[in-house]
Design a protein around this ligand. Structure first.
Ligand SMILES: Cc1cc2nc3c(=O)[nH]c(=O)nc-3n(C[C@H](O)[C@H](O)[C@H](O)COP(=O)(O)OP(=O)(O)OC[C@H]3O[C@@H](n4cnc5c(N)ncnc54)[C@H](O)[C@@H]3O)c2cc1C
Length: 387
């Protein structure tokens, strides 16, 4: 067993850190407060070859894997920059297209997306189905000529305000007509500027540049060329998208947790109250030490999940554990940092409290803590299902 990163992996982690330092969290927060996505960073990452980390070289990527993508995210988040676009576009959509797309799809869509010229988002959540994705009702009805008409609604779709394309999970067989509840799903490439698509930004209370939108599909024309994988068999390849989502979010969370602890340590060494640095008081020191330990434990699980995915081993167990534990560790880390900063935590100058709503949201989304624990309880431990 080897815990060392390769030179290339170290370079990717450093690239993320340097990019985040050159941009810095203060500027990021300015964009976040305006809910404006800093497109120039995206373009820069495309030009530098980092958006296509998980895409083969012949389609404009770097031919690397989940581990490298996680390290890029971790490097950025270590400096307080959690880029959600990197989750939904390059990690979920581009990597998925590279694994499951047709040759035509890969040639058409991957090179411009890797270069940062076209932006992708991922849409599965619906207002009525919620965590029960089996019950989505967005329907792509097929016609005799093999084409489809898409009708339905998605909600909370990150980055869809600026995206050109969405990878949309739809039913091609309604739930009630499917032989098994996992049958009847199909993944589609949907042009968000096509007739019949409407995007409505949502008014969210977390401070991030990326916006969430409701997306309405009204008789959107799709063809067989827009299908990723096989019609009705989308569920079998869906987890190639959802496991990476969990792993990269775990990487984001460990980075943010480390950033919060780093800021708190710096502050706690400088700030003197009762004639001693507040960091010397064990009421702060021990929670910081605990939080640091939890973040490093979460890091190991995240790397293990990425390793499993990259080596075609079953990755769901580790991905779910990594996302669950990283979210809890990051929430604890940020909460501890908020306590260290006292009143200053709530000022824009320090920007520490701004971390809290975001990491807290990641206990709920994309898959909430309870569903992650349900998975571990049922699939890993073999306990009976209650719902
Ligand atoms: C900021 C943000 C960004 C998002 N981005 C995207 C995106 O890009 N694409 C996308 O498709 N979706 C996205 N989502 C949606 C996200 O994945 C869902 O919010 C999430 O899956 C939870 O679904 P829900 O909100 O409908 O909660 P519900 O399903 O209504 O669940 C509410 C709560 O009930 C509990 N619960 C539900 N079922 C069970 C159960 N069986 N056992 C125990 N407890 C249970 C959980 O505590 C859960 O938090 C985003 C959401 C947010 C907040």
């Amino acid at each position: 067993m080897d815990f060392e990163l390769s030179d290339e992996q170290r370079m990717i982690l450093d690239y993320g850190s340097k990019l985040a330092e050159s941009f810095d969290r203060k500027q990021w927060l300015d964009y976040a407060r305006r809910h404006e996505f800093p497109e120039h960073i995206w373009r820069q990452m495309g030009e530098d070859g980092f958006l296509g980390l998980m895409v083969p070289e012949e389609y404009g990527g770097a031919g690397l894997g989940m581990m490298e993508m996680s390290l890029l995210m971790e490097g950025m988040a270590d400096h307080g920059i959690p880029m959600q676009h990197l989750v939904v576009g390059p990690t979920m959509c581009l990597a998925h297209l590279a694994r499951h797309g047709t040759e035509e799809q890969k040639q058409r869509y991957l090179p411009p997306a890797c270069a940062g010229k076209e932006v992708w988002c991922f849409a599965i959540t619906e207002p009525t189905a919620g965590s029960n994705s089996m019950k989505i009702t967005t329907l792509a009805k097929s016609a005799d000529d093999g084409d489809f008409r898409l009708n339905g609604q998605k909600v909370f779709i990150t980055g869809s305000d600026v995206a050109d394309y969405a990878m949309v999970v739809a039913r091609t067989t309604p739930f009630q007509d499917a032989a098994k509840k996992t049958d009847g799903f199909t993944l589609f490439i949907v042009n968000l500027n096509a007739p019949g698509v409407t995007r409505q930004p949502m008014d969210m209370s977390i401070v991030i540049p990326e916006r969430q939108c409701e997306i309405f599909f009204e008789d959107v024309a799709l063809t067989k060329a827009d299908v990723i994988g096989e019609v009705d068999k989308g569920f079998s390849i869906l987890f190639d998208t959802l496991n990476p989502e969990r792993i990269i979010l775990a990487a984001m969370l460990i980075g943010l947790g480390r950033y919060a602890i780093g800021q708190a340590v710096e502050y706690a060494c400088e700030r003197q109250v009762f004639d001693a640095p507040i960091g010397s008081y064990q009421g702060l020191q021990h929670p910081l030490a605990e939080a640091k330990t939890e973040i490093e434990v979460a890091t190991l699980m995240t790397y293990k999940a990425a390793w499993a995915f990259d080596n075609d081993r079953p990755a769901a167990e580790y991905s779910n554990m990594a996302k669950y534990y990283a979210a809890e560790a990051a929430i604890h880390a940020v909460d501890t940092a908020v306590q260290c900063f006292g009143g200053n935590a709530y000022t824009h100058e320090y920007g520490i409290f701004d971390l809290y709503p975001f990491v807290r949201m990641l206990r709920t989304a994309p898959l909430n803590r309870e569903m992650l624990l349900n998975y571990i309880g049922e699939k890993v431990l073999g306990l009976p299902r209650s719902y």
